[in-house]
Write a protein that binds this ligand. Structure first.
Ligand code: GAP
Length: 457
């Protein structure tokens, strides 16, 4: 994790939030490469869960981060969206009580609040219920702490509401807007949405794994109740495909597992849930959840009948956090070459697929040719996404140093321009994963895939 965090800072993937003013716990800012990687993840999710599923009935939504207070009353978040915390009697720091119990003794169940209180009491009787931050001071009994972020609206700040803790509620309250013009809605249908969510986490931890502001990618899939198990299994498979397939996030499948929740672990709205977990350097952690929310939310907002009439409906919800997935991908892709790190990100995820550079910086004709090769390639590329994955690197330093830098940021291929390019138009392409170098011609290239194919010959 230390290596991942240092690389993220050094190369401009992720910076600590408000660092100039001493930092703000649980917040992070994304630099140029982080923006590119997060965007690749979110666009890939959108293509698999929205665009390729439109023929199944998935539509898009972009609802507000701010929603009326009544939404959170009705959804059950005001009453139930809480984690257990314990205060240290001495240093006053707050600890997630269930996480501490798991750390101290992972055989004790603490799915419900009552179980957490009992477990803390049992550990206290053994003299083990102690603050992890200061010198073994006693911790208080667990209390519930609501994770909603309050905010006040208007010039008099008279109206209180909350930043959304999940994008899902925007879908439920918009169901009549989305579907009422269609007559009786035929099941199944789905609504995909990506966007910011906010949680006042007690202990933000493990870099961007648990933060107070993060990006969610969620699909609400409404199906006939009798088909809920079939669709639940389908969306678990789609999530597995998304996180493990080389076409998408390319995580090592042996480091991904599916964990079905026990009843006591379920969120207040769910009747079943399967999490995909990744084996992070700090242990197994949730990457995404696929919940069966039944008709809880539709009934809570009183929109079930207006949209689906008398049909028996269940909502299956695959939900992922983009930054958590990004952390898993960075951990998974990181490797060590002799004297430098290498990020072996999947082809569609690396911020730069092809970097064009001169072999030396002190020959004007080579520098001019490099800019020319870049310009003609940039003009020839048909796809705008390809253009975003193309970079001109005129930075100083030896070619070896540049290759090492590009390995560290996951660049798939480096194209080097030299004096032979000025004579016959050929360039050298160096591949990240093998270090192999091949000579190719770039005339006729219309896509970055064309470069890969030419370099594979
Ligand atoms: N709408 C369902 C829902 O929000 P969740 O399990 O609470 O379910 C879904 O969150 C996903 O959002 C998680 O699997 C995780 O990837 C991401 N997530 C949740 N809390 C997070 C946090 N504090 N920081 C980063 N990502 C988070």
């Amino acid at each position: 994790m230390d290596k991942v965090m240092a690389l993220c800072k050094r190369r401009g993937f992720i910076f600590p939030g408000s660092e100039l003013y001493g930092g703000l716990n649980g917040t992070f800012d994304y630099g140029p490469l982080g923006v590119a990687l997060k965007r690749n993840i979110m666009e890939a999710w959108w293509s698999l869960f929205h665009t390729k599923k439109r023929q199944l009935g998935v539509v898009a939504l972009d609802s507000g981060v701010l929603m009326a207070r009544r939404v959170w009353e009705k959804s059950g978040h005001l009453a139930n969206f809480a984690d257990p915390m314990s205060d240290c009697v001495k240093c006053k720091k707050r600890t997630r009580a269930d996480h501490l119990i798991e750390r101290l003794d992972n055989t004790i169940a603490c799915g419900t609040f009552e179980q957490t209180v009992q477990a803390a009491a049992a550990l206290q009787a053994q003299g083990r219920w102690q603050c992890p931050y200061c010198d073994h001071s006693p911790l208080g009994a667990p209390r519930l702490f609501n994770l909603l972020f309050p905010t006040k609206l208007g010039p008099l700040s008279s109206e209180e509401t909350f930043f959304r803790p999940e994008t899902a509620q925007g879908v439920y309250v918009n169901m009549p807007n989305l579907f009422s013009a269609r007559g009786a809605v035929k099941l199944p249908v789905g609504v995909a949405q990506m966007g910011k969510a906010f949680r006042n986490e007690i202990n933000p931890s493990h870099f961007v794994f648990r933060t107070r502001e993060f990006e969610q990618m969620e699909l609400q899939w409404f199906c006939e109740k009798q088909d809920e198990d079939k669709w639940h299994a389908f969306w678990v498979e789609e999530c597995l495909k998304f996180v493990c397939s080389p076409e998408f996030c390319n995580l090592d499948p042996t480091k991904v597992r599916v964990r079905h929740h026990a009843k006591a672990d379920l969120a207040h709205y769910a009747s079943a849930c399967a999490d995909l977990e990744y084996c992070f350097p700090f242990g197994w952690g949730e990457l995404c959840g696929v919940a069966n929310r039944g008709d809880w939310d539709l009934k809570a907002h009183n929109v079930l009948h207006a949209v689906f009439k008398d049909q028996q409906v269940s909502c299956i919800e695959p939900s992922m956090g983009a930054s958590r997935l990004m952390l898993a991908m960075l951990c998974d892709a990181m490797g060590q070459e002799e004297d430098h790190l290498v990020l072996r990100l999947g082809k569609n995820m690396c911020p730069t697929q092809l970097a064009i550079m001169p072999v030396v910086n002190n020959k004007p004709e080579v520098l001019a040719k490099t800019a020319q090769v870049y310009d003609s390639l940039a003009q020839a590329l048909i796809s705008p996404r390809d253009l975003e994955h193309l970079e001109l690197d005129l930075s100083s330093g030896s070619i070896g140093k540049k290759y090492a830098k590009h390995d560290e940021i996951g660049t798939l291929m480096c194209m080097t321009v030299d004096s032979d390019t000025c004579i016959d138009g050929s360039v050298s392409v160096r591949k990240r994963d093998s270090g192999e170098r091949v000579r190719i011609r770039v005339d006729g290239v219309r896509s970055l895939d064309d470069v890969m194919i030419a370099a594979a010959r």
